[in-house]
Design a protein around this ligand. Structure first.
Ligand code: 0X9
Ligand code: ZN
Length: 416
């Protein structure tokens, strides 16, 4: 057992950027001046890493703002907060121990126990796994390349179901690199749909009447980089010509691109990119949605964290024509998730439940004909944030299955 734990710690010790002494502070702004101070923190490149919301521009009065600061900046930050009379609490007192302890599930021997769905896997392992499950279930799963990433990695795609020509449920995970619970969910969900076929009547019926297209790690380069170099990486790895790399893929879609809640600065975590759909992963997803117009009944994109169902629109204060339907399905799905482990999920249109943020894949997919379109922010609500321990993967999976079943049952019933 000890040996296994040492092995898993060795794997994570490879990441180059360390976060010793970095703290995540929850800020509670109540005045215009407080917001100005938060924006000032956000105005220096690399000074503040906004966890929630994901940029200083999205900060509002009476909203909790989670921000990571480096050890060296903490004294001045806290002095300024106190001088401004802004309440804050230290949410994470030291990030590095938390990064180390997210790998808290011992690795099992794959040959003896099969693939581990309750640990975080690297990009290479996920691609190998996707090929393996397709080989293992040739009648129910097919592996294909979805596209090539900016750095030339293969973006994996699995198509599940008894037929590839049924109405489509499109699911992606890992569009934001550091949100590791998301690819973990795609993997356990695929395993559940394949292993429960012929066992669970609901899964069997869904696999017979729908085609599931699952993209388990959409931002392949960013995800790989978050394992090898910087655990807090969010964007793609595009070379922007200067010091700051990457485009926020969820600001890069053709959905009021470059609109509110997105940034023109390559150094921003919400950089919308040099042109609309500049990123290969954006192009691949857009092309898939456009070439399957009318056939995508649900699009679900998994992020973390916050435990929120977000539905369009986020690119403007505007309601979807089927807002009532989106709201009702989200409400039922959230209730189903809550019934499993008492994890409460909120829901609502993006402009209200989250913040205005243009160029997102959910708004794009709805505008291009997907009937339902959701961003689901998985666990937690900030205790660990992006650093959710592996020991929470299994429970996150089982509760989210119930939420997914509400969505897929709704889609199936509306086909009749
Ligand atoms: O800001 C985002 O891209 C998502 N939140 S996250 O903290 N995971 O980065 C929310 C996306 C909601 N949808 C759109 N903005 N279109
Ligand atoms: Zn995200």
């Amino acid at each position: 057992m000890k040996f296994l734990i040492i092995l898993s710690l060795a794997a994570l010790a490879l990441a180059k950027v360390r976060f010793d002494g970095h703290q995540v502070l929850s800020l509670y702004p109540t005045t215009r001046e407080h917001i100005d101070l938060i924006k000032e923190f956000g105005s220096y490149d690399g000074f503040a890493d906004f966890w929630s919301p994901d940029s200083a521009d999205l900060a509002h009065i009476d909203q909790k703002i989670d921000v990571r600061f480096r050890k060296e900046s903490l004294r001045i930050v806290k002095k300024k907060l106190e001088a401004a009379g802004m309440s804050f609490e230290v949410k994470i007192a030291d990030m590095q121990p938390l990064i180390d302890s997210q790998f808290d599930v011992p690795r099992k021997n794959k040959a003896l126990f099969g693939y581990d769905y309750d640990v975080y896997h690297t990009y290479d392992e996920i691609v190998q796994w996707a090929n393996d499950v397709a080989n293992q279930y040739p009648l129910l799963a097919k592996y294909e390349k979805f596209g090539d990433s900016y750095e030339g990695r293969e973006i994996p795609r699995l198509t599940l179901g008894t037929s590839a020509n049924k109405p489509i449920v499109l699911i992606d995970c890992g569009i934001h690199a550091r949100e590791w619970i998301s690819p973990a969910f795609c993997q356990c969900y695929v395993n559940r749909m394949l292993s429960q076929y012929g066992v669970d009547p609901g899964v069997t019926a869904a696999m017979q009447s729908l085609t599931f297209v699952v993209l388990p790690v959409l931002n392949a380069d960013g995800y790989a980089y978050s394992h090898t170099d910087d655990r807090m990486w969010r964007k793609t790895r595009r070379d922007n010509g200067g010091f700051c790399k990457g485009v926020d893929p969820n600001r890069n879609f053709d959905a009021n691109w470059a609109g509110p809640g997105s940034s023109a600065s390559p150094c921003s975590e919400t950089y919308y990119g040099p042109s609309v759909a500049s990123e290969p992963l954006t192009q691949a997803l857009q092309n898939f949605v456009l070439s399957n117009k009318g056939n995508i009944k649900a699009y679900i994109t998994f992020h973390s964290y916050g435990q929120v169902f977000i539905y369009p629109y986020s690119y403007a204060v505007q309601d979807a024509s089927n807002k009532d339907e989106l709201d009702a399905v989200a409400a039922n799905s959230a209730a189903a998730i809550e019934s499993v482990n008492r994890k409460a999920y909120t829901y609502g249109p993006g402009y209200e439940s989250m913040y205005l943020a243009a160029g997102g894949s959910d708004d794009f997919s709805l505008d291009q004909g997907a009937t339902l379109s959701y961003t689901i922010e998985l666990r937690d609500t900030g205790r660990y944030g992006f650093l959710l321990p592996e020991s929470q993967i299994a429970d996150s999976c089982t509760e989210t299955y119930e939420g997914m079943d509400v969505i897929t049952d709704y889609v199936r019933n509306s086909l009749i």
